[in-house]
Design a protein around this ligand. Structure first.
Ligand SMILES: [Zn+2]
Length: 364
């Protein structure tokens, strides 16, 4: 017998003895569970479509039940997350807490309400209204004939049918496969948005809220304007874990598109001094130090300062967007530097500069 053939059964026998004790973290074809601390997990997701991500989902297990942080962009993903959570614990989800109103963190809420009818859905007070209104608007807008989502889907389907990309170049086998997957994801997204059942939070608070899961305490705090009009962090003090929502995002770029970069800087300063040792961002990997948080803060500070400088020189928004590229700040963070992100970087900075342009003048 060839030596390599003998290795296979030996290796399998070794694995068989280890696997039952190893208890690998649950995963499926679109997500992976990572243990952050005892009874604290994050579910990291693949993107929902080539345009929209799912936010990270936090799972905090206590004696009396489970608190989940955020519920992803699509109900199908949230249902799959519930299946993963059931592999971690047989306790019911008692609370679903939202970090902010953006769709990629709460469209999936209906899955939790259906699986756990007694669940309390928790958010900052005004966020409850933003979730309800925006989800109704977004689902109706995108499901309507001629919507940007329907146009994007038609464009992808046309490329697939013609065998050529948008520049008229023939599709490679690999590109064709990716395009077929993009089309499937887009179709599912449209179906789910057209039939979206919006769950409005039923337990709201203004500044802080402490929830208990037996002896385990979970502290929610509303920091006000940062990445969104109300950004809530979820702290598990006994595990020293802080779920930050999109106040910290490494996807791999931050999301400043509808943000308040002036007050956001102050929030990140406060989080820098927070006692938690592990930060779970709204998107991207668990952070075990403050390096990335400081890089995001430096980006916001540079945008605010350079925009103000050009405002004083009487420049228009368009001129400032041309002039402020923040390329030097980009080079300070390795996650932001790959050339494949060039276009995303330009779009990100353009919208950040626009938000700074309003923010430093007290207009938003
Ligand atoms: Zn997000």
């Amino acid at each position: 017998m060839h030596p390599s053939r003998r290795l296979v059964p030996v290796a399998l026998a070794v694995l068989a003895t280890f696997v039952p004790q190893a208890r690998a973290a649950p995963a499926d074809d679109g997500a992976r569970v990572e243990k952050v601390a005892d009874g604290v997990y994050v579910i990291l997701h693949d993107n929902a479509t080539e345009e929209w991500p799912h936010g990270n989902t936090g799972v905090v297990v206590g004696e009396t039940g489970v608190l989940v942080v955020d519920s992803t962009y699509l109900p199908s993903r949230a249902r799959a997350d519930i299946a993963l959570i059931r592999k971690l614990t047989d306790k019911p989800v008692r609370y679903l807490a939202y970090t902010h109103w953006h769709f990629d963190h709460n469209n999936g809420g209906i899955a939790y309400r259906q699986a756990f009818p007694a669940v309390d859905v928790v958010s900052a007070r005004d966020t409850a209204r933003y979730i309800e209104l925006n989800a109704v608007w977004w689902s109706r807008r995108q499901a309507a004939p001629g919507s940007s989502h329907r146009k994007a889907l038609a464009g992808l389907e046309a490329q697939l049918a013609s065998g050529k990309d948008e520049k008229g170049q023939p599709l490679t086998t690999e590109r064709r496969r990716a395009l077929a997957a993009d089309v499937e994801h887009r179709k599912r997204e449209l179906e789910e948005l057209a039939d979206l059942h919006v769950v409005t939070p039923n337990l709201t608070f203004v500044d802080t809220l402490t929830l208990t899961l037996g002896r385990r305490r979970v502290e929610l705090r509303n920091w006000g304007r940062g990445n969104s009009p109300e950004d809530v962090t979820v702290h598990v003090p006994d595990a020293q874990v802080l779920f930050t929502g999109d106040l910290v995002v490494q996807s791999p770029l931050p999301y400043p598109f509808a943000s308040w970069p002036v007050s956001w800087v102050g929030v990140l300063q406060a989080l820098d001094a927070h006692p938690a040792t592990m930060l779970v961002p709204g998107h991207g990997p668990v952070l075990r130090d403050r390096t990335y948080l400081r890089q995001v803060r430096a980006l916001l500070e540079a945008s605010n300062a350079r925009v103000e400088e050009r405002l004083r020189a009487g420049r228009t928004l368009e001129q400032i967007q041309e002039e402020v590229t923040l390329d030097d700040v980009r080079r300070s963070c390795p996650a932001w530097t790959p050339a494949s992100l060039d276009e995303d970087w330009r779009e990100t900075v353009k919208s950040l500069v626009e938000r700074s342009f309003r923010g430093v003048r007290g207009q938003g």
